[in-house]
Design a protein around this ligand. Structure first.
Ligand SMILES: Nc1ncnc2c1ncn2[C@@H]1O[C@H](COP(=O)(O)OP(=O)(O)OP(=O)(O)O)[C@@H](O)[C@H]1O
Ligand SMILES: [Mg+2]
Length: 378
């Protein structure tokens, strides 16, 4: 079920990947290099199946010049910042300057999503529930009285659960100070201290634009031996070793599912995301959902990452998913309007029905527009 090159003809697609930092290390997430290579290979294969010509390109210091020299029709951006997470946004800034069409969100979405406290301020502004929080620049900073224990302490700007292990969940002031000091020293960035949300965890994919589609939520099921008193977390070791089980679709009432999907969609819009993203959500013990974060460059490694799996659950195989992202990006840059998009959505499983549900800020930030959501696979 691939979206072939069709009347677009063969495109030269630069598949942009991270360059491993000097010395072959990959900063704080050694697993990232393996994932990055496997993903690049899979994307190249899918692009060939779609009739395009992929060319691998590393995101180096002279990226702008090399892009101009290569002159691709499109950049398929997979550079997530192996050494430093903020490199993800730096690369997008270069892509925007180049004027060459590229896949994924614009610069401002990456900047917001990569800085979790900033993203949370935006969520709160739009009334999207997110755990109460405080940013610590110093371990001795007074704790806000509105933040009762247990709390979770995490680096403000990391991904892949880097810096998040069992010691991140703290039950008293002493443990809090120790965890904050560790984040400041080890990660050289502020510590985000959040209300600990103890219940079930979900990740939700959002795909496309005009309007974006919410893919079915996936529940993360923690292994029984990892269940902690406060509640389990999806920490670095668990993620790296792929030790959780996943349920898709998860057991949720229609109302709960709608609530989670709506939260994911609102979060996607609130950060101005494009093409695709993955939203992490947790419920409290009463079943009330809170958004933890939006991943503006979610993994695309087949057989490992969530987004390809969630797309598959909607009948969109890997090649079709990559084709969809290509079409979204090209459609936007060529101002094709929605026709390219609907060629993709037609390939989703039947049963897609439009439901007008949410009101959100429009592009200008002040007016309100009605959106239409397409929950696939009901
Ligand atoms: N406020 C919270 N309450 C409970 N658990 C939390 C909270 N914040 C984070 N966690 C746990 O820690 C995990 C990682 O947190 P988060 O998603 O913020 O980190 P990340 O490094 O950006 O992850 P990703 O791999 O999705 O990029 C979550 O999946 C969840 O299990
Ligand atoms: Mg996450």
């Amino acid at each position: 079920m691939a979206t072939g090159a069709g009347d677009r003809g063969q495109l030269k697609v630069a598949v942009l990947v991270d360059r491993p930092p000097r010395g072959g290390t990959v900063g704080r997430d050694p697993h990232a290099l393996v994932q990055s290579r496997a993903t690049a290979q899979a994307v190249c294969t899918a692009l060939r199946e779609l009739g395009h010509r992929p060319v691998l390109l590393e995101a180096t210091g002279n990226l702008l010049g090399r892009l101009k020299a290569l002159a691709p029709d499109l950049v398929f951006n997979l550079a997530t910042g192996l050494g430093q997470k903020k490199q993800q946004a730096n690369v997008v800034a270069v892509l925007e300057v180049s004027g060459i069409p590229f896949t994924g969100s614009p610069l401002e979405s990456h900047v917001l999503a990569l800085h979790k406290p900033l993203a949370k301020m935006v969520f709160r502004h739009w009334g999207i529930p997110t755990p109460a929080f405080q940013v610590f620049q110093d371990p001795e900073q007074p704790l806000h009285p509105g933040l009762p224990f247990p709390l979770i302490v995490k680096p403000s700007s990391e991904g892949s659960s880097v810096g998040i292990g069992p010691e991140a969940v703290v039950g008293d002031e002493r443990a809090l100070r120790t965890a904050v000091a560790r984040v400041l020293a080890e990660y050289g960035q502020s510590a985000l201290v959040e209300q600990f949300i103890p219940g079930r965890e979900f990740t939700v994919g959002v795909l496309g634009n005009d309007p974006p589609r919410v893919l079915p939520p996936e529940e993360i099921i923690f292994p029984a031996e990892e269940v902690q008193e406060a509640g389990s977390i999806y920490g670095y070791v668990m993620k790296e070793r792929d030790r959780v089980e996943r349920l898709c679709p998860p057991p949720l009432s229609a109302v709960q599912r709608e609530e989670i999907e709506e939260m994911a969609l609102l979060s996607f819009h609130a950060l101005g995301c494009r093409d695709y993203a993955r939203v992490d959500i947790r419920m409290d013990r009463a079943g009330v959902p809170f958004v933890l974060e939006v991943n503006t460059m979610p993994g695309l490694q087949p057989g490992y990452s969530e987004l390809p799996r969630l797309a598959q659950a909607c009948g969109l195989d890997y090649t079709a998913l990559i084709g969809c992202l290509v079409e979204e990006a090209l459609g936007r840059f060529r101002r094709v309007g929605s026709s390219a998009l609907f060629r993709c959505t037609d390939r989703l499983a039947s049963g897609v029905r439009p439901v007008p549900v949410v009101f959100l800020p429009g592009a200008g930030g002040s007016e309100v527009e009605s959106l239409v959501r397409y929950p696939a696979c009901d």
